[in-house]
Structures are given as C-alpha cells and as structure tokens.
Design a protein around this ligand. Structure first.
Ligand SMILES: Nc1ncnc2c1ncn2[C@@H]1O[C@H](COP(=O)(O)OP(=O)(O)OP(=O)(O)O)[C@@H](O)[C@H]1O
Length: 228
C-alpha cells in the first residue's frame, strides 16, 4: 500500500544541516498496524508527517496504492490529505467550543456533505470509538482518553486509506492509553484499518503487528510481533 524509497529530509544547509531522515526505504501493506519507535530525535515524527503529506521530503520517492504522492501537485496533495489520510495528534487538536459530534462532522461538511449526512457519519464514527452517548459533550467535559477517541473518530469518519498517529498516548495515563490503544486495535482487527503509530512506550508493542525502529534518521529495525 505504501512504498518509501530512499527518503531523505534535511533541515538547514551547510555545516548546520540536520539529516532528520537519511535514506529510508520500507513498505507497509494494507491492514497492518505498525509502530514506529526510536530515541528522541531519531526521525519518527518527520517520517510520519511526510507519509501523511504534512511535510515534503528533500529527496526520494513515496507512493500510496501506486500513486506517486511525492511528486503530486500541491492541489492534489491537499485533496488527498483532506480526504484519504487520517491523522491523530499528540494533543488531540479538537476545537474547544464544539461538541464531540461537531468536531467529527466538520471535516465531512468541508468535503461538501450535507449537515444531516455529516452528522450521521459522525455518530457512526463516535460509536466505533465507544463515545456515541457523549456526542454532545465539549472537549472540556471529556477525559484525555475520551478526547483522543473523539480525535480518532474524526480521523476515521473520512474512511481513510491509512491512519497515522503521532504519540497518541503521550499525555494519557495507563488506563486511558489502554482505551485508546484498544480502539486502534479494534479498528485494525475488525475493519482492516491500516495504522502507523509513533510511540515511545515498549508496552504498546503488544497491540501492533510490526515494529519499525529508527536511529539517527535511518531505519535500524523492522520486526514482526509474534504473539500479539
Ligand atoms: N523544523 C525543523 N527544523 C530543524 N530541525 C528539525 C525540524 N524538525 C525536526 N528537526 C530535527 O530533526 C531530527 C528528527 O526530529 P523528529 O521530530 O522527527 O524526531 P522524533 O524521533 O520524532 O523525536 P521525539 O521522539 O522527540 O518526538 C531532530 O534532530 C530534530 O531536532
């Protein structure tokens, strides 16, 4: 589904150049739940942002379902990013003045769906993350784990080809982290959702199929998890 070939991302120039990614190649197949791990500064967020089309590579090639997204014109990249890519941020990125349902349906509305249709899609997504009964709560009335599950509902409401999550449990305690990871696992097991998640936590490995490890901008490990 995803093919990455010799991807590089350099920041700055001359003697101060930071080689955040220094030639990375791998493939991710449909239906995989992949964790990207590695020390701080190893390039995890950089690769995720490039894969989600939130950032450009300095060089290299990147295809999704055969489509060479690395060289698409910006308008097409934006459309793909908006309609096909789900992204879950560490800090949820919810709008405080809006209810859970409104946070989820705003993207469908932006895509041009009617309010009624968008609301229906939002409630279905909230049901998948176990929050249908809290659809009218604003973020301040939700726990951290619930907020992150609303953010996941927002990501899945557009039925994305692939879902990216950048340290989605970084601000959560163990109980809330487990609830969020259970939602990802359910989406992966029961809906075949392809998920790529950056994490620091070794115990998260038991939820995923595969662990890709980065060090200093290169890939140093790619292992399948045996008894998930
Ligand atoms: N906008 C930027 N300008 C300059 N350097 C950057 C920029 N963004 C990232 N870097 C550098 O690129 C390298 C990789 O950063 P990245 O955020 O991908 O690491 P990470 O593995 O996600 O780290 P963490 O686990 O701390 O989030 C780091 O050395 C970082 O300082």
């Amino acid at each position: 589904m995803i093919k990455v070939k010799n991807l590089k991302r350099y920041y700055g120039s001359g003697s101060t150049t930071v080689k955040a990614l220094n030639g990375v190649s791998f493939e991710i197949n449909k239906g995989e739940f992949v964790a990207i791990m590695g020390a701080s500064g190893s390039g995890k967020t950089t690769i995720l942002r490039i894969l989600a089309l939130l950032d450009d590579a300095t060089s290299g090639e990147y295809t999704i379902r055969g489509l060479k997204v690395s060289s698409l014109p910006e308008a097409e990249r934006s459309y793909y990013r908006l309609t096909q890519v789900g992204y879950v941020f560490q800090d949820y990125a919810l709008i405080n003045e809006m209810t859970a349902a409104e946070n989820v349906y705003i993207l469908s509305m932006m895509e041009g769906k009617s309010k009624k249709e968008s609301y229906k899609v939002a409630l279905e997504a909230l049901e998948k993350v176990g929050l249908k009964d809290k659809h009218d709560r604003i973020p301040d009335e939700l726990s951290g784990g619930e907020k992150q599950r609303v953010a996941i509902a927002r990501a899945i409401a557009k039925k994305p080809d692939i879902m990216f999550a950048d340290e989605p449990c970084a601000n959560l305690d163990t109980r809330n982290s487990e609830q969020v990871l259970d939602v990802f696992k359910d989406l992966n097991d029961n809906y075949g959702q392809t998920i790529v998640m950056v994490t620091h936590e070794p115990w998260h490995v038991k939820y995923v199929d595969r662990v890709i490890t980065f060090k200093d901008g290169v890939m140093v490990g790619d292992e399948w998890v045996e008894d998930r």
